[in-house]
Ligand binder design. Structure first.
Ligand code: HEC
Ligand code: HEC
Length: 155
């Protein structure tokens, strides 16, 4: 009797398993056919990475969209170290190096202490990590539609 009960239970479990996997076949990744910014690939599938974005070499400086905007970085910053030990940006953009490197000087505000506005003898620690404020602009198509407009004064 005990054996029979066990056999019936095992059969039931097999059946349940079969129903379950049929469902999985029908909707394998569980994304329900929905497409996200990641595309329509199923969760288990390893999706090939998108190609790296291009930073056009000749885009020059990029117009601002509002007053006091940190200008966008028009060039690639790949492998430019900004750390406690080194700041590659300043190798071109500091007042000392800018002319020779043909780069825009960092503005005088970058030498001021943020609280009292005192002019310091070197870049303010508050402006040391350039990428906190300046982001590179690649030639990429927006992920979502957007109707942002430049402020009137700069149009
Ligand atoms: C090898 C020199 C070099 C290095 C290193 C460099 N830049 Fe530049 N950068 C330039 C030059 C030259 C320009 C002027 C635009 C152009 O010709 O591409 C520029 C332009 C810019 C601008 C636009 C300025 C404006 O007036 O619109 C920003 C912002 C900027 N860089 C930020 C950075 C940051 C942040 C880093 C470090 C992550 C960095 N740059 C590293 C050479 C450099
Ligand atoms: C706290 C935000 C912040 C940080 C950090 C910062 N910047 Fe800026 N940067 C700005 C803003 C805002 C402006 C535009 C207004 C101004 O000139 O102060 C600007 C302007 C500039 C300009 C254009 C100057 C001009 O005359 O047109 C350059 C070049 C620049 N920054 C480079 C850098 C570099 C290189 C670093 C890192 C050493 C850096 N910035 C760090 C906010 C920042």
């Amino acid at each position: 009797m005990k054996r029979l009960v066990l056999a019936v239970m095992a059969f039931g479990m097999m059946l349940a398993g079969a129903v379950h996997s049929a469902e999985e076949l029908h909707n394998p990744g569980g994304i329900g056919g929905l497409e996200s910014l990641r595309g329509a690939s199923e969760l288990e599938a390893t999706r090939a990475a998108d190609p790296m974005k291009r930073y056009p070499r000749d885009q020059g400086t990029i117009d601002s969209d509002y007053v006091y905007q940190p200008p966008l970085v028009p060039h690639t910053i790949r492998n430019y170290e900004v750390s406690k030990n080194a700041n590659k940006c300043l190798a071109c953009h500091s007042w000392k190096n800018a002319n020779e490197m043909g780069a825009t000087k960092i503005s005088v505000t970058h030498y001021q202490s943020p609280r009292e506005g005192q002019v310091l003898s070197d870049v303010s620690p508050a402006r040391y990590f350039c990428l906190q404020c300046h982001v590179p602009q690649a030639d990429a198509k927006p992920l979502v539609e957007n109707d942002f407009q430049r402020v009137d004064a700069l149009r």
